[in-house]
Design a protein around this ligand. Structure first.
Ligand SMILES: Nc1nc2c(ncn2[C@@H]2O[C@H](COP(=O)(O)OP(=O)(O)OP(=O)(O)O)[C@@H](O)[C@H]2O)c(=O)[nH]1
Ligand SMILES: [Mg+2]
Length: 304
């Protein structure tokens, strides 16, 4: 039996989907809600996700492999160029797309750009209308759906709330219709393909996004240099890189209060992730212009 025949001679099914949409519409929240764990970090600030994040859900005989992509943006730095490429790579490696929009919002120029990309790829797309929990008047959904259907022939339209989990069943049942006979690509209990260090650095970055405002979090990158298990303790060494000396002072805070806050909140999540007691060390360093320096971007996990 050749490889091709083998992959079709199976009772299991699989589908690869990219999750795309404007920044902040809830793509990462949706991924986490669908796979049932925190695979991708979430924040109220746009452009939180920088890398493609893979999330896997194996439900009975079907394996769904999601790729959460950054929100589409204009490119001002090499980091932006990297993020935009991550979106293209996520889309071109998928069998279908979840185009996520926010309940009650019309077609933006970024949505129009995404629709044209999906059209070029000729893959089925499901319109996911997220944040329905925020809608006081659900009747606005009909007008919104019509506006999008007039622009693109969606495979299905599903209103959901990544926050409450409402619509999860309906969305999964539409996604499963897109699965084809295939082997499983990941072990059944695996939920993401991310490396431990990368997941830890993202959890720290999430806290920087949560506790700091304005341009500071967007100028931050986090690098985890080591994770060592000794006895019952896991030592994690990490560094927050920022763009300016003044930012470093704000990240550390008066007598280290802000860094402590970031550290203890991140440590809680890291302990959940690693399942053990964590001793977290965070250094803060200034790396001016890192978003435009190829070697630094590579070290920080953004290979342009
Ligand atoms: N009320 C409500 N808030 C939501 C829902 N889904 C996401 N959010 C919030 O919306 C904000 C953005 O969520 P993310 O999941 O980070 O959005 P994203 O699309 O991944 O954003 P980027 O990575 O920046 O493109 C966060 O504050 C979430 O808590 C939802 O269904 N209801
Ligand atoms: Mg995101």
């Amino acid at each position: 039996m050749n490889e091709d025949t083998k992959s079709h001679d199976t009772s299991t099914r699989a589908v690869f989907l990219s999750i795309v949409g404007k920044p902040n519409v809830g793509k990462s929240s949706l991924l986490n809600m669908l796979v049932g764990c925190k695979a991708s970090i979430v924040s109220s600030k746009p452009n939180t996700t920088r890398n493609r994040i893979c999330g896997v859900l194996t439900d009975g005989g079907t394996q769904i492999v999601f790729t959460d992509a950054p929100g589409l943006l204009n490119t001002k730095t090499m980091l932006d160029t990297y993020m935009v490429k991550e979106i293209s790579d996520a889309m071109s490696g998928s069998d279908a797309c979840l185009h996520v929009i926010e309940a009650g919002c019309g077609i933006s120029s970024l949505d129009a750009e995404l629709i044209s990309r999906i059209d070029t790829l000729k893959v089925p797309s499901i319109l996911v209308i997220n944040k329905v929990d925020l809608l006081k008047n659900k009747s606005v959904l009909l007008g919104q759906m019509k506006e999008f259907i007039d622009r693109f022939d969606y495979w299905a339209i599903v209103p959901v709330s990544a926050k409450t989990g409402c619509g999860r069943g309906e969305l999964l049942s539409e996604i499963k219709k897109l699965a084809v006979p295939s082997i499983f690509y990941f072990p059944e209990n695996q939920v993401t393909d991310q490396q431990e260090g990368k997941m830890i650095s993202e959890l720290i970055r999430e806290k920087v996004l949560r506790f700091l405002n304005a341009e500071i979090p967007h100028g931050v990158a986090v690098y985890v240099s080591s994770v060592n298990r000794r006895g019952g303790i896991i030592d994690v060494d990490s560094c927050i890189y920022c763009e300016k000396m003044s930012h470093k002072g704000i990240i550390i805070g008066k007598r280290g209060t802000m860094l402590k806050k970031i550290g203890s909140s991140a440590r809680e999540d890291i302990e959940k992730l690693l399942g053990g007691k964590v001793n977290l060390k965070i250094w803060v360093k200034v790396k001016e212009g890192w978003k435009n320096k190829q070697d630094l971007l590579k070290t920080l996990g953004y290979s342009v």
